[in-house]
Design a binder for this molecule. Structure first.
Ligand code: PHE
Length: 507
């Protein structure tokens, strides 16, 4: 008993026998769908050089819906003839019985299958053969080679058959031709490895062109996190190293006192700052340094007269959620002084917390971007140069500055950029040169200056994504679609600033 070979093997046997194989003709000769033959050819092709394949285009005939029905049930005229009683029927009766009576009767008369006698239609021959049905059956099974072009055109005109273009493959023997291909395995299994069987197997090559699943949604970075990684990249390109910002809880000492922010300063009030109840007191504040901070606050020094108030160690030891990442900058600058000063550039992008009144543009926590540069004899020019280069990398080219006040910087400048989309100047940062009252107690040499700037991550993000309410960017109301459809590169999209209209000043 010969086992029925699988389709690819059948094809190989046929090619071996005839030297060549035409996919369309072969599909018709074995009454198999052309698409299945093509699939088998593709799988043979993937084996390497077993076969050679040449593709061409050909016309392929198939039945229309009506053509299919006729191939199954017979032509209208044949059905009329079969139905017609021996002693005839009236034209009216025929019309009542057959929806396409006119066509059917016309064809019956033309074929001389029936004759008319007064109002009656009578059979004229004892039996008929339904050529139309046979022809359409042939078309349905794909064999149209016996038809003349005129016949095909005629059936097409009667809307019983239609033609379409198909890609036909002509297959011949390749250099590695064989009729006995060993079935390739698609997967290496545990059993194959254990038994050593894998040695004798051939494996199906990977199809790297396969489209794969089409409806899979991959993971996405939240736009804010994406923007953060792009900002991080910019800092790294500029030679900055990242500060360790992993603890949200900070002592008032590093968050405020080290920054020469007086203990009565309104920003230290519980209305603005979240204090931590447990543990309420910081354990480690460097003692010597703390005494120098106490001294500069209460009595001054380094050419400053200080704030002249009794500085409280108790107040400095309170724990809080850091209100800015400048607390981490202070720790880093202190460490830089302790380790023996060398010029340094630091950055961080992380969370800070403020007891804000929540509104469309403010949450109680946000991400702060911070840059710090410490070197000998830096000036405002260096500050402006540094962040001009930084903002340019995010597409903000025209900047304006407005002097402001920070307890820890002098001079201090707010940075503004004119936003075309919003049609106004928007604040994009705060900056300054750190005060000697902050740097000198840390132990930094007199000729060392440190410049810094900071901005929120959310602000440029809102501008970039055209979002007016921060809750659409952060928190449970974020639309997944924003996360899914956000382009891979966001910074390029930032339509930064242009020259302001003459005479317009920052807000
Ligand atoms: N800490 C400031 C803020 O929170 C930003 C800043 C950093 C300003 C460094 C000057 C120097 O807005």
């Amino acid at each position: 008993g010969s086992q029925h070979a699988d389709l690819p093997t059948q094809l190989l046997i046929e090619i071996d026998r005839c030297g060549q194989l035409n996919s369309l003709k072969y599909s018709q000769s074995i009454s198999e769908q052309h698409q299945k033959i093509v699939g088998a050819i593709k799988s043979l092709e993937s084996l390497g050089e077993v076969i050679n394949v040449v593709s061409s285009s050909a016309k392929c005939w198939s039945c229309t819906e009506e053509g299919h029905q006729i191939s199954k049930e017979g032509s209208h005229e044949a059905r009329l003839f079969v139905w017609l009683p021996k002693d005839g029927a009236s034209v009216d009766d025929i019309k009542k019985t057959f929806p396409s009576a006119n066509v059917a009767l016309g064809a019956c008369l033309k074929n001389k299958w029936v004759r008319k006698e007064g109002p009656l239609v009578l059979p004229a021959v004892p039996s008929i053969s339904d050529q139309v049905q046979q022809d359409l059956q042939a078309v349905a099974s794909g064999s149209t080679s016996a038809f003349s072009d005129k016949q095909l055109a005629d059936y097409k005109k009667r809307k019983l058959i239609k033609d379409s273009d198909v890609t036909v493959f002509t297959v011949s023997k390749g250099p590695q031709f064989t009729t006995s291909i060993s079935k390739q395995d698609a997967q290496l299994t545990k059993e194959m490895i254990e038994s050593g069987q894998w040695r004798n197997k051939t494996f199906k090559p990977f199809n790297f062109r396969s489209k794969g699943k089409q409806d899979v949604r991959p993971g996405h970075l939240h736009p804010l996190m994406q923007l953060r990684s792009e900002f991080r990249q910019i800092f790294l390109e500029m030679g900055f190293s990242e500060m360790p910002t992993n603890s949200y809880v900070e002592s008032a000492f590093w968050n405020f006192d080290a920054l020469f922010q007086p203990q009565q300063h309104p920003a230290r009030d519980a209305h603005d700052t979240f204090y931590v109840k447990t543990p309420g007191r910081a354990i480690s504040v460097p003692q010597e340094y703390m005494q120098r901070v106490r001294e500069v606050h209460s009595n001054g020094g380094y050419g400053s007269s200080g704030y002249r108030y009794p500085w409280s160690e108790e107040e400095a030891h309170k724990n809080l959620l850091r209100t800015h990442t400048t607390a981490v900058s202070a720790r880093m600058l202190h460490k830089l002084a302790q380790d023996g000063f060398k010029p340094a550039k630091y950055f961080s992008i992380d969370r800070v917390f403020r007891n804000e009144t929540l509104d469309a543009t403010h949450l109680a926590e946000f991400q702060q971007i911070e840059g710090v540069v410490a070197d000998y004899n830096l000036s405002v020019k260096h500050l402006i140069g540094m962040f001009t280069a930084f903002y340019e990398k995010i597409g903000i080219k025209k900047l304006r500055f407005k002097s402001t006040y920070n307890p820890y910087t002098e001079p201090s400048m707010e940075i503004y950029s004119y936003h075309d989309g919003l049609g106004k100047w928007v604040e994009v940062g705060n900056s300054g040169l750190f005060r000697p009252e902050m740097l000198r107690p840390m132990g930094l040499p007199e000729n060392v200056s440190v410049l810094g700037w900071g901005l929120s991550l959310e602000r440029p993000a809102m501008i970039m994504f055209g979002i007016n309410n921060i809750r659409e960017l952060v928190g449970p109301r974020v639309k997944m679609e924003l996360v899914y459809s956000n382009p891979l590169c966001t910074v390029d999209k930032f339509q930064g600033s242009s020259l302001p209209p003459p005479g317009q000043a920052p807000a």
